[in-house]
Structure formats: C-alpha cells, structure tokens
Design a protein around this ligand. Structure first.
Ligand code: ADP
Ligand code: NA
Length: 331
C-alpha cells in the first residue's frame, strides 16, 4: 500500500532531450521521488507511432534512460524501466480500447494536430489510439498522481473517464482514478529563436534548442545568438520581453538564484553580458551531465541490467492490475 504513486514517461524520439524536458520534467521527477513512490518509464511503444528506424529507436531508448539517470532518477528509490519490456502495457491498452468510444477518441486534439498535415488517410491507427495506451500506462500502476504538462491535460481526462467507467462497470475498487499533477513552479522554457514557442525536441530548426547532449560550444553559440528585443534593459517581463525573460528563467532554474536578484546583478549591463554569463552557466551544467550520460552509455550491460531489474519490479505491479481486470472482464 502506498499513499501516492507517481507515473511519468517520455518518448525516445530523439538522441538528446532538450533543456525544457530537463527543467520542466526531469528535475520535478527527481524531486518527487523523494516523497513519493515513483515509476519512470521510457515509452518506446509510443515512439513506434512515428515509424522509427529500428536500430535508431533501440539506441534512443538507451540514451533516454541514461539521461533520466544522469538527471538524478534513482533506480533504487524509483522504478525505472522500458515500456515494451512489460507486455502488460499493450495488453491493458487492448482492454481499454474496448471501453473507449470512437467519438471520444476522435475528440483528442493532439491526434488532429499530429495527423492533420497528412489527413487521417495517411496516418496510423496507432497514432489514433495513442491516448488509450497512455491510459494503460497510468492505470496499470494504480497511479494517483501524474506529473504532466498542460498539453497532456486532455489525455489525462480521458484516462480518468476510462477509470471511472471501469469502476462503475466492474466495481468501485477496480482501478485508481489518477489526478493530474501540474507543477506550477516548473519553468516553462521557450525556443531561443522564437521565445513565444515552447522549446521542443521536435522543433523544425535546431537553432533555438538547447540539447542536453550537444557540443557545449554549439550550445554557447546558440545562447549568444538568442533573440531578445530592441531595448537594453534586463528585466523579467514574459509578455513584453519574452526572449530576455526566457534567458532569466533558465539562469534562475540552473543556479537557484531568484530572478529579482539576477535583475539587480545585471542593472546597467547589456544583453551580451547576460548571454555570455548564461552560456557559462549552461556549459557548467552540461559538462558533468554529459560525462554522466556517457558513463552510463559506455557500459550498456550495466544499463540494461538496471532497466531489466526495473522491468521486473514494474511487471509485478502491472500483472496484479491486469489480472484483476481480466478476471472482472470474464477472461
Ligand atoms: P518535446 O516537445 O521536447 O518532444 P515532450 O512533449 O516529449 O517534449 O515532453 C516531455 C516532458 O517534458 C513533458 O513533461 C513536458 O511537459 C516537458 N516539456 C517539454 N518541453 C518543455 C518546455 N519547453 N518547458 C518545460 N517543460 C517541457
Ligand atoms: Na513531443
């Protein structure tokens, strides 16, 4: 029995996570594992929806896990595993898909966004049922809290609707209805070249991205080239000065210094000074982070052993939930 259980995951869809994933998600995961029973997953089944090259996917799955570890996810304290190693995810997704209305799934706006460009004729059923697999990920572990960004709110609502449906059909103790955990203090990081768009690993151009595994020289150059504004004042004003505010957010998040203190430090100084100092702050963070990632990647046998141990522990929990649901479903 646990008071609260956290589940979260990221797709292994790129070689490197970006700074927004780190500041917006991974640092929260690391903090949450102190107080909660936490399960962190590399959701490789979800990544199949973008038809990755098999060897690229396998490599990115390991790299993503190594970045979780380097950020401080502790595999002793938390469960860290790869989704496809616990087949109960796919099994529960099927069961849930038989309780999901077609119209209900069809209202998911992320599917419309992701398939929109090509029209539904050119897309896959997997992309369409992605939110059902996500619901399975969460419900398998009797999750109480799901740390998510605003973009995942609708998918979590579907998860809650499905959970309530199962409970009214099969009994109130069938599954736990999870709550979203939208972390308010979380830094939202914006693209360096378009500071009104969120930084994303799927951005069209890499120039506004800070990738955690990029060459520090490239990162420093991107920070020095960040878009600011025509004023000279270093002031936190996300509406009026999104570029400068984004730089201050990153600076504050990586150093722990409050933004007003940073504004005071830079009173009378120029944007160039801020950028040079921030580039140093980011490089000082990235250098040891990358060394840790490369340490994990240079010993794939140990990394695989950590993941396989995590999968065993996850499966034990998942099996119990799935058996309960199979039994109540007449299977
Ligand atoms: P990406 O857009 O880089 O592909 P994902 O959609 O896979 O990111 O999100 C993975 C996690 O990182 C989520 O918890 C999401 O809320 C968080 N995240 C992604 N981008 C940012 C950002 N720019 N700022 C803060 N958090 C972010
Ligand atoms: Na994404």
């Amino acid at each position: 029995p646990h008071q609260s259980r956290i589940f979260s995951g990221m797709q292994p869809t790129s070689d490197s996570l970006q700074l927004g994933n780190y500041l917006g998600a991974l640092t929260q995961w690391v903090a949450l594992q102190e107080e909660h029973d936490a399960i962190y997953c590399v959701v490789d089944l979800h990544a199949l929806t973008v038809s990755p090259d098999p060897s690229v996917l396998r490599d990115r799955t390991r790299r993503t896990a190594a970045q979780y570890l380097a950020a401080g996810v502790d595999p002793e304290r938390s469960i860290l595993f790869v989704q496809s190693q616990v087949p109960e995810h796919a099994e529960l997704a099927w069961l849930l898909s038989c309780h999901t209305g077609f119209g209900e799934a069809n209202r998911m706006t992320q599917f419309k966004d992701k398939s929109g460009k090509h029209g539904t004729e050119g897309t896959t059923v997997g992309l369409f049922t992605y939110p059902v697999l996500m619901a399975a990920d969460i419900l398998l572990y009797d999750t109480t809290l799901v740390p998510v960004g605003e973009d995942q709110r609708q998918h979590l609502e579907l998860t809650r609707d499905l959970a309530q449906r199962l409970n009214s059909r099969f009994g109130p103790d069938t599954v736990v209805v999870p709550e979203p955990h939208i972390v308010k203090a979380t830094a939202k990081i914006y693209d360096l070249q378009d500071p009104t768009a969120k930084m994303s690993k799927s951005a069209e151009s890499p120039n506004g991205l800070i990738e955690l595994l990029d060459d520090p020289k490239v990162v420093a150059k991107r920070i020095r080239s960040a878009v600011t504004d025509a004023e000279r004042e270093i002031r936190f004003d996300p509406e009026g000065k999104p570029g400068v505010s984004n730089l201050l957010t990153i600076y504050s998040a990586l150093t722990g210094r409050e933004i007003p203190a940073l504004e005071a430090d830079y009173a009378g100084k120029g944007y160039g000074d801020l950028k040079v100092d921030l580039a140093n702050v980011v490089v000082d963070f990235l250098t040891p982070f990358q060394a840790r990632v490369h340490g994990y990647l240079s010993d794939p046998a140990s990394l695989d052993a950590v993941l396989s141990d995590g999968a065993d522990r996850a499966q034990e929990l998942a099996r119990g939930t799935l058996e309960r649901l199979y039994d109540r479903s007449g299977l």
